[in-house]
Design a protein. Structure first.
Length: 522
């Protein structure tokens, strides 16, 4: 049967080679009846299809068709020459082109018009708004931090002041956007307060390319009181801001500020004026003297390459705080206080074990110096702080941070803000399933961090009316491990050893803390 099929196929092939003509012959041969040509060149009742249109175009072209001679295999040159002469003796026939009627193109043009209409609809539906003439669609942002804090050991620590806790450290939701080629905005709210109230976080409107001022921002945001305190919580090296940076920070205020970049964006100048009162849980501050904060920060990146993989950062900041008061004492005088929590600003109402106590203060000057170096996986940061208050007391602080990525990754640096930004990951954590097995082909990035922080409140050594010690100093030692699943998702593990020497009795106390946090932001 197989031989029969092969023989039949060979017969058909030989016949087509011996007697076949060009495909256009049927359409252009005058011997073909007009009715047959119409059947070839048009669709029944619907016009001409693009496939058959190409056949008509071929038929319209003038061509000289030569019938092919039967294919014969010759075994010697004389027979080849004889066959060649026979082919040349065949008379030449010139075929006239067929005139296609305009109606035959109707279907083709209708299809083109329909397709063009559909394309225009798609362009209109998917067109993005012009940012020079309108606002872009807002980008939804937010963060979720779930923390656990466990006190493993405590010595000479006041009873009922430090307890284990777990819960939401941060729960925020907001949006950012820009438009009209000049403006941007950010709206963000916090839902993690103790009493359940919604708090104001970053809520501001900005404008760029303002003459002399550069970029200007108005609203509720942080004065820039240093490298560490100004960074967002999702960009901190570990769970909390280091202790001295937290003491000198002022949180968010209502104000206006300008930012300017110089020297090919390597030098940045920030200047802002704010109200000194706290409006995190209120829409306004109703008071005749609302206080003021004047804030100046200058930073530079003389060495910068590969998004900050290789970096040298230097900078400094200064703040004048007028009416540095938050409460009123029994005598009607405005008073303030500064507190330090063990290992930084742990959440869940863990009290400050080193405190100045309440004191009257109408103004203060504060400032600090910044240093950061990064070379691939290795990084180091340090800051020095100092503050002088109108009663003659001085406040000091310093920290050193060393970090190392166990994987070939690094933290980026933003020249526009003069701050460290997100982590640059080569590969994110990626689990997958293969057959009956759950496997992992990438474990993300791992970073080890060591911090030492020192806070000096020696000028406030004393005892409150209730007998609680004030003043002294605190040392914090923190060892941590970051496991970055993605640039926006990480799991933090850290161990904190904190020591305080407080009061006129120089009481020594210490705490050992293990804490962990799972954090995601978008």
């Amino acid at each position: 049967m197989k031989k029969l099929y092969l023989g039949f196929a060979a017969f058909l092939l030989g016949t087509s080679l011996a007697y076949g003509y060009d495909t256009g012959e049927i359409l252009s041969n005058p011997a073909v009846e007009p009715a047959e040509q119409a059947a070839v060149t048009s669709e029944e009742g619907s016009g001409l299809t693009p496939k058959r249109l190409s056949t008509v175009i071929r038929a319209q072209e003038s061509a000289t068709l030569v019938p092919m001679a039967p294919f014969v295999t010759y075994n010697n040159a004389p027979r080849v020459a004889e066959a060649t002469r026979a082919v040349e003796a065949v008379p030449q026939v010139t075929l006239e082109p067929v005139s296609a009627s305009p109606e035959s193109y109707a279907y083709f043009y209708a299809e083109l018009e329909h397709l063009n209409s559909e394309i225009q609809k798609l362009k209109k539906d998917t067109a993005k708004p012009d940012p020079k003439k309108s606002w872009t669609a807002p980008k939804i942002i937010g963060r979720i931090f779930v923390d656990s804090v466990n006190f493993m050991d405590q010595k000479n620590t006041p009873a009922n002041t430090t307890r284990n806790a777990a819960g939401f450290r941060e729960l925020r939701l907001g949006a950012t956007g820009n438009g009209y080629d000049a403006f941007d905005y950010k709206v963000e709210f916090g839902f993690h307060t103790k009493d359940g109230a919604v708090s104001l976080v970053d809520n501001w409107i900005g404008a760029k390319n303002i003459p002399l001022l550069g970029y200007v921002r108005v609203g509720h945001f942080k004065p820039e009181t240093g490298l560490y305190e100004t960074m967002g919580p999702h960009n901190l090296s570990l769970m909390e801001c280091v202790s001295p940076a937290n003491v000198f920070g002022m949180g968010r205020k209502i104000g206006i500020a300008s930012e300017n970049l110089f020297a090919q964006d390597r030098v940045r100048l920030f200047f802002g004026v704010f109200q000194s009162g706290d409006t995190a849980t209120a829409r306004y501050l109703r008071e005749d003297n609302q206080g003021q904060v004047v804030n100046l920060r200058l930073s530079a990146a003389p060495w910068f390459a590969q998004e900050g993989k290789h970096l040298l950062h230097i900078g400094g900041h200064w703040e004048y705080v007028g009416l540095d008061s938050k409460a009123t004492n029994n005598e009607g005088k405005k008073v303030t206080s500064r507190n330090v929590r063990p290992g930084g600003s742990f959440a869940f109402d863990i009290p400050g074990l080193l405190t100045t106590g309440s004191f009257e203060n109408s103004y203060s000057h504060r400032g600090g110096l910044e240093f950061a170096w990064q070379n691939g996986r290795y990084a180091a940061r340090s800051e020095l702080f100092a503050g002088s208050f109108n009663e003659g007391e001085n406040l000091y602080g310093a920290y050193v941070e060393l970090s190392y990525f166990l994987t070939d990754d690094f933290r980026t640096y933003n020249l526009r803000t003069g701050l460290f930004d997100g982590v640059k990951l080569k590969r994110s954590f990626h689990p997958f399933r293969s057959g009956e097995w759950n496997l992992v082909d990438s474990f993300g990035a791992w970073q080890a961090v060591f911090q030492w922080g020192y806070t000096d409140m020696e000028d406030w050594r004393g005892v409150t009316k209730d007998g609680d010690p004030t003043g002294g100093y605190q040392n914090d030692f923190v060892v941590g491990l970051n496991w970055f699943w993605t640039p926006q998702l990480r799991w933090i593990f850290e161990y904190v050893h904190s020591e305080q020497c407080v009061g006129t009795a120089y009481r020594h106390q210490s705490q050992d803390i293990f804490a962990t946090s799972l954090r995601v932001h978008w």
